[in-house]
Design a protein around this ligand. Structure first.
Ligand code: C2E
Ligand code: MG
Ligand code: MG
Length: 752
């Protein structure tokens, strides 16, 4: 476009168009002076260039460049041979490589090795065909860290459709992926224990079912509910309960095998899926391990906490076609049976029992009907002083005289109504009838206290004491001091403040109180101080095993110490043999109840029994040992435990025998220390050592036979081992105590 500015300006056509259009677009003008031959200015040549398009193109380029530079995505431009031509800043910050380091390399620089060659081959095919590819890819930063990126590659083609280069755009989505993973974790895992939750369990169980069917193997679903967990929550708060659950969960997980699943359904309910079992018995070792783990003690903030587990087990495949949900429900039902069977055990689901359990809903109404139809009866078990032979009381134990199934023990029906108001009604029936029987005995000249067991629900009633007084008022001939309440140590722990209040109120009325199954709760000093129960009934589990389990003996010893310190009266439950009685007397516990004295009997038999009964003569003059003589008692128990261990080894229940060296077993260690003291010179002590060596000699022979697979010969010779044990225990009794009295008159070793 030209314009000449002069006296008579001249313009070309373009200028005209420009002038008429008005100024639109971007112009660049150049002014050139026009001179004549003499050098006089005759005009100015104005040249105007319309540079709109160029400017636009420049801006576009600038924009593209800034997009390239500042894009939040990493950008990489490569030639068709893959060599990197350029990268942007974000590329550098994501990958850690500088522009200089990247240019000239190929994208292999970033390879993480996570994608296969076929993955890349497919990517290139798509690029060639469609001109672009996008997807997720794992790459590696310069630092070595692997990250996941969202990548789009486009082929840039010329007018002829030939690829000139490739542009790859990517963003680091590691954080998004991590977040996704966290969300997934939350959806599939329990936040407290980090175990799979119900959703993931269903998934795994379904997969496992397919897998075992294909492999022609079995799987077991074990439904575990903790026994007594509520008490921990009630006593120490939910936070402590949560920490306890988390600790127990990891122990239970460790008890299983690698491929097994342990899931938490919520609360204190867990499910284990045990895979690839050849047969049903193969599950038992694992289930026992699971139970052991659930019953381990857990230390938190100086507290020792312990519960146990009840496990129901269902297997897959079954004769009927069942789905994952059904198997889980079957295991749940079997768990309920395990609870009924006394907890801390596992119970297999079986269809016959299934029918029974389905009847459980009815059983509540059956129990109601049974109460109306007077089908409940009370049996009584005597409590005695073993030393004096006195009958000191009788415990009322409820039985259901079922018209079809005969006499049912409380474990068959009490758990069904445990948390139902019917438990209160039945509990009041028990107190009322126990007092009626007491009046009958009194009429026959037998005046002993009667004790009744009080369930947790009954004890928690706000008006418990009032109602108790109402029942007592119906029996004016009975002094309140003749009634004794047995409260389970574990239910006393549920609400210690309330129970303590009730016990105080009862004490003021003159009613006696006992803590039942003592030792199964926490038996701690601080709460014992708050519970004014005069009597501690030592749980039968410790009593039963104290003869050959030094740990149980130690617990028993501890509980007795506790009762002395707090001036409570101890009584041992479950005294099954004369030997148990002897040991208890030696430990200073004179009161006992158990089959070794009498089994529970109908109320009508009590008076005749009391007239007939004589304590075992071996109990009459057993001295209580002083504390420094107790090691002698422990030594005997250690030796019995050693024999139990040896027999367990022969029967395959343990992998290795107990120490065979006669100096290394615990009895041997005790002998060694005693030898240095005054006893070492006694002739009886020398003889005891000889007995001990003899037992070990025989044990070594039997172990040799066992290792040579001659187990039958070992079994034949076990009576020899028992005889030597008996001889050793007799020799032990002959050791003269330091305090100068004989330990026992009679042989306490006759049960071998
Ligand atoms: P418990 O109060 O600890 O009663 C002792 C249990 O041990 C009784 O079982 C008794 O028969 C049994 N036993 C006694 N001596 C021996 C022995 O030497 N060896 C063995 N192995 N067992 C022995 P039973 O009658 O089956 O009662 C079980 C539990 O049921 C009782 O334990 C008690 O907690 C509860 N119970 C019984 N009657 C009632 C009741 O009327 N009300 C409530 N709430 N609970 C009751
Ligand atoms: Mg009791
Ligand atoms: Mg008991």
């Amino acid at each position: 476009m030209l314009a000449v500015k002069s006296a008579s300006p001249k313009i070309n056509e373009e200028w005209l168009t420009f002038a008429s259009d008005g100024y639109r677009g971007l112009f660049e003008t150049t002014k050139v002076p026009m001179l004549d031959g003499d050098g006089h200015l005759i005009g100015v040549l104005g040249v105007a260039h319309n540079i709109t398009a160029r400017k636009h193109a420049e801006e576009q380029l600038h924009l593209a460049a800034s997009v390239f530079t500042y894009a939040r995505e990493g950008i990489m431009i490569t030639a068709t041979d893959g060599s990197i031509i350029d990268v942007n800043e974000t590329f550098c910050s994501i990958t850690g490589y500088s522009r200089e380091e990247a240019i000239g390399q190929t994208p292999k620089l970033l390879s993480s090795g996570r994608q296969s060659a076929s993955f890349y081959a497919k990517m290139w095919r798509t690029l060639a065909k469609d001109g672009h590819w996008s997807g997720e890819i794992w790459n590696r930063r310069k630092s070595g860290e692997v990250f996941v990126e969202m990548l789009t590659i486009s082929a840039v083609r010329d007018a002829q459709g030939r690829t000139e280069h490739y542009v790859a755009l990517f963003s680091d989505i590691s954080k998004i992926k991590e977040h996704e993973r966290q969300l997934e974790h939350i959806a599939h895992f329990d936040s407290l224990t980090a175990l799979p939750n119900r959703v993931l369990l269903a998934d795994r169980l379904n997969q496992a079912m397919v897998q075992v069917r294909r492999r022609d193997l079995l799987l077991a679903v074990a439904y575990l509910d903790l026994d007594g967990f509520k008490t921990i929550n009630d006593l120490y708060g939910h936070q402590m309960g949560d920490r306890f659950l988390a600790a127990l969960a990891s122990r239970m997980k460790l008890a299983l095998r690698e491929g097994d699943t342990l899931a938490r359904l919520g609360g204190d309910e867990f499910v284990a899926v045990l895979l690839d079992l050849p047969d049903v018995p193969a599950s038992e070792v694992l289930l026992q391990r699971l139970l052991n783990a659930a019953a381990e003690t857990v230390q938190i903030d100086g507290l020792t906490l312990q519960v146990s587990g009840s496990v129901g087990v269902a297997f897959y495949p079954q004769i009927d076609d069942v789905d994952a949900d059904q198997v889980l429900r079957q295991a749940d039902q079997a768990m309920y049976q395990a609870k009924l069977a006394g907890k801390n055990c596992f119970h297999h689901f079986d269809p016959d029992q299934d029918r029974n359990v389905r009847g459980q809903n009815e059983s509540l109404s059956h129990i109601r009907q049974a109460l109306d139809a007077r089908q409940f009866v009370l049996y009584f078990q005597p409590k005695v002083n073993m030393r004096s032979g006195a009958l000191v009381g009788a415990e009322a134990l409820i039985r259901w005289l079922h018209p079809e199934r005969g006499l049912l023990p409380p474990a068959m029906f009490l758990p069904v109504i445990e948390d139902h108001p019917l438990a209160i009604e039945l509990g009041e029936w028990v107190i009322d009838h126990a007092l009626t029987h007491l009046e009958e005995w009194q009429a026959q000249g037998l005046d002993i206290p009667v004790s009744v067991n009080i369930g947790a629900l009954q004890l928690q009633q706000a008006d418990f004491v009032e109602r108790l007084c109402d029942i007592l008022a119906k029996h004016p001939g009975v002094k309140p001091s003749r009634l004794e309440l047995e409260v389970l140590e574990t239910s006393a722990l549920r609400d210690i403040a309330q129970v303590s209040q009730v016990l105080h109120a009862c004490m003021e009325l003159g009613i006696m109180c006992a803590l039942d199954d003592f030792g199964t709760g926490y038996s701690s000093l601080s709460y014992l101080k708050r519970l004014p129960a005069q009597i501690l009934k030592i749980d039968q589990s410790f009593v039963r095993n104290m003869l050959d389990d030094p740990d149980d003996l130690a617990i028993l010893d501890g509980v007795l110490g506790l009762s002395t310190a707090f001036r409570r009266q101890p009584i041992a439950e479950g005294v099954e043999t004369v030997e148990h009685g002897i040991m208890l007397l030696q430990l200073g516990c004179d009161f006992a109840q158990g089959y070794g004295v009498a089994r529970p009997m109908p109320a009508d038999d009590i008076v005749a029994w009391s007239q007939r009964w004589k304590p075992d003569p071996r109990w009459s003059d057993v001295p209580a040992l002083s504390r420094d003589e107790l090691p002698l008692l422990y030594a005997g128990v250690e030796h019995r435990a050693w024999i139990v261990g040896l027999e367990a080894y022969f029967k395959g229940a343990r992998k290795s025998p107990p120490p065979l060296d006669h100096q290394a077993c615990r009895f041997g260690v005790w002998l060694n220390t005693e030898r240095l003291g005054s006893r070492g010179r006694q002739a009886e002590f020398v003889s005891l050592e000889a007995h001990h060596r003899q037992v070990h000699k025989l044990a070594a022979e039997l172990v040799a036979l066992h290792t040579a697979y001659k187990t039958e010969d070992v079994m034949k010779r076990l009576p020899e081992l028992h005889q030597l044990r008996a001889d050793l225990l007799v020799a032990l009794l002959k050791i003269k105590p330091r305090t100068g009295y004989r330990l026992l008159r009679s042989s306490g070793a006759s049960d071998v």
